[in-house]
Design a protein around this ligand. Sequence first.
Ligand SMILES: *Cc1c(COP(=O)(O)O)cnc(C)c1O
Length: 400
Amino acid sequence: MTDFNATQTLFSLPDGMTYLDGNSLGPMPVAAQDRMAACLQNEWGEMLITGWNKAGWMRQPRALGDRIGRLIGAPAGTTVVGDTLSIKVYQALASALELRPDRRVILSDSGNFPTDLYMAEGLVRSLDQDHRIETPAPEDVTAQISAIGDDLAVLMLTEVDYRTGRRHDMPALIRAAHEVGALVIWDLAHSAGAFPVDVAGADADFAVGCTYKYLNGGPGAPAFIYVAPRLASQVQPALSGWLGHDAPFAFDPDYRPGPGIDRMRVGTPPVLQMAALDAALDIWDQVDMDALRTRSVELCERFIAGVESTCPDLTLATPRAAAMRGSQVSFRFEHGYAAMQALIARGVVGDFRAPDIMRFGFTPLYIGMNDVDRAVKILSDIMANRLWDQPEYHARADVT
Ligand SMILES: *Cc1c(COP(=O)(O)O)cnc(C)c1O
C-alpha cells in the first residue's frame, strides 16, 4: 500500500495552490533541491571530469532507465534515458521502418500530439522512400489496421490523448498490428506515472515517454526509450551518436552499434537533469501502481461528478468509463481559455488546449480529495458568476 498523505509532503508546492497540471509539468520533489546541490558541489565542483566514472554519470542513463522500467513493465536492461521525447520518437520510428523495408504506411491517429507527427513527417521526407502517414480518428484505428494490412509498417500511437484524456486499448491494438506483421510504437507521455503500464506483457515493440510530466523529473528532464529485447540487437540506430557505439572510448572512425538498448543512446547525458530525475524516482520507488490507479480514478470521478452537478455550461470531453481514461479530465467550454485564467488567478492551476479544452490532471502523489473539492467550488463560482469574462483573462500568453 502507498500512503498518499505521506507522499504529499515530499513535494514542494506554493501555499494555497491546487496544482492540477502535473500531466504537463510535475512539481518539484523537495529532495531534488539537495540532490542537485550535492551534484553541483560534490560531483561537478569537486570531481570535475572524473565524475563520469566516480559519480557514475556515464552509467546513469541505464540505471534511471531500469527504475522507470518498473513503472512501465519493462524488464531491467531494456530502457534508457536521454534527449527529448521528440528525439526518441524519431529514433524509434526510424528503427522500426528499417525493420519493415517493404512496407509504406505509418499509421497514427488525429489525436496524437503534434510533435510525434511532425517528427514522422521530417523522417519520411529525408528517407524519400514514398512512406505515407495516416491519421484517422482514434476510434477508427483498429479498422484501419486491417484495411492497410500488409502495407502497414508501423503503428505509432500515444496511449492517452493529450487533449481529451481518452486511453487506447494497448494490448488489443498491438495484437491487431502484429497480426498484419506491423511493428508498434507507444508514446507513454501521459501514461508513465499515471497508471500501471505493461509494455512487455502487452508485447510492445518500442515505447517512448517523457519524465517531466507525471514522473516529476523537472522541466527539460530527459526522455526514455524501451526496445523489446527480441529487437534490441537488430535495430539500426538512425541517430548513431558516439555514446551508442559499442566502444565509445575506442574512438573508432566507423560506427558499430552498442549491445542492446545502449545503442539508443546518442550523446552526452544531461547530468544535472538526471540528478533531479533520480530524486523524483526515489518517490516512485515507494509507490504501488495499482493503488495509485485506484486513487486516481476516485479523484477523477469526484471531479467529474462535482463539475457536472454545478457547471452546466461545461461538457465532459473525457470518456465517462474510467477504463477508457488516463489520469486527466477535460471539459469543453467555448470560453475555456478565459475560464482557465480565472481559475489560475484563484490558485487552481490546470491548462488549456485549443480550441476549447480545459484540462485537469489528477496525481494522487500530491493531490487529495480536498483539492478536488476546492477546485470544483472555485470553478463553479467562476462559472455561475461569469467571473471569467474580464479583459485580463482573454489575453493569450505564449504557453497556454
Ligand atoms: C509532452 C509530449 C511530447 C513532448 O515532447 P518533447 O520533445 O519532450 O518536447 C511529445 N509527445 C507527446 C505525446 C507528449 O504528450
